[in-house]
Design a protein around this ligand. Structure first.
Ligand code: 13P
Length: 248
């Protein structure tokens, strides 16, 4: 079984003291301090958390990136090249919270994806349907449309994360059957749209906790997890990483 990738998405949480304590506790576990674990931290803390991770095998990830490729008069923006410069390995693109609150979509997300890849980093492209879309039976169509941003991209260059919006921060997890069938569909769609083989990795996100990690990560087409709330609790995130390590 290939490596399972576990990414903790801190969202808009953290302060210097909290971050230092959390990272220290995480690094005290050998099963967390391994390749295939990354922390997506808020932009102001990328450099300091990067320092804390020095000498460990954990990777640094950003939660967003500018749609503009090159340096210029874009106040407030952070380019993919800057993220590379401060040591990021992964960048979340198109998280549902940004789609929902900042209306990110379509061409804008494709530009972000291409900028991240051009900077030599790996985008983690987030897709997923709302409750309304699922109840209307439109989830596959919605996800296929979201995946169109990946047209022609090299499959080795990108990770996809399936996060059903209704399962994020709600404690509601998609059933194992729902996860399995959507991941299968995502891989099939990626085969159609992306260059290269079927090497695409698809993570699941949405209320992943220590208690359900083993069942979710054991599903065939689940190549890892994107963890929100539980990534802020050292014991929980460590447990999830340990579970992922045992499944390698
Ligand atoms: P929760 O794990 O808090 O549901 O968040 C999932 C998520 O959005 C990760 O990106």
């Amino acid at each position: 079984m290939a490596d399972k990738l576990v990414i903790g998405n801190w969202k808009m949480h953290g302060r210097h003291a909290f971050n230092a304590q959390l990272v220290k506790q995480l690094l005290s576990s050998e099963q967390v301090d391994r390749a295939g674990v990354a922390l997506a931290v808020p932009a102001p803390y990328l450099v300091s958390v990067g320092e804390l991770l020095k000498g460990s095998r954990l990777s640094l990830a950003a939660q967003d990136v500018s749609q503009f490729a090159d340096d210029g008069a874009y106040t407030g923006e952070t380019s993919a090249q800057m993220l590379a410069d401060v040591g990021c390995a992964y960048v979340l693109v198109g998280h549902s919270e940004r789609r929902q609150y900042l209306k990110e979509e379509g061409d804008q997300l494709r530009r972000k994806l291409l900028n991240v890849i051009a900077a030599g980093l790996t985008p983690v492209y987030c897709v997923g349907e709302t409750l309304e879309e699922r109840e209307a039976g439109r989830h596959f169509a919605v996800i296929r449309e979201q995946l169109s941003a990946l047209d022609g991209v090299d499959s080795g260059a990108v990770v996809v994360a399936y996060e059903p919006v209704w399962a994020i921060g709600t404690g509601k997890v998609a059933s194992l059957e729902q996860i399995e069938e959507v991941h299968h569909e995502i891989k099939a769609e990626c085969l159609r749209r992306l260059k290269g083989s079927a090497t695409i990795r698809v993570l699941y996100g949405g209320s992943v906790k220590a208690e359900n990690a083993a069942a979710i990560l054991s599903i065939d087409n689940v190549d890892g997890a994107l963890v929100g709330g539980a990534s802020l609790v050292p014991e929980s995130f460590s447990m999830i990483c340990q579970t992922a390590t045992k499944l390698i």
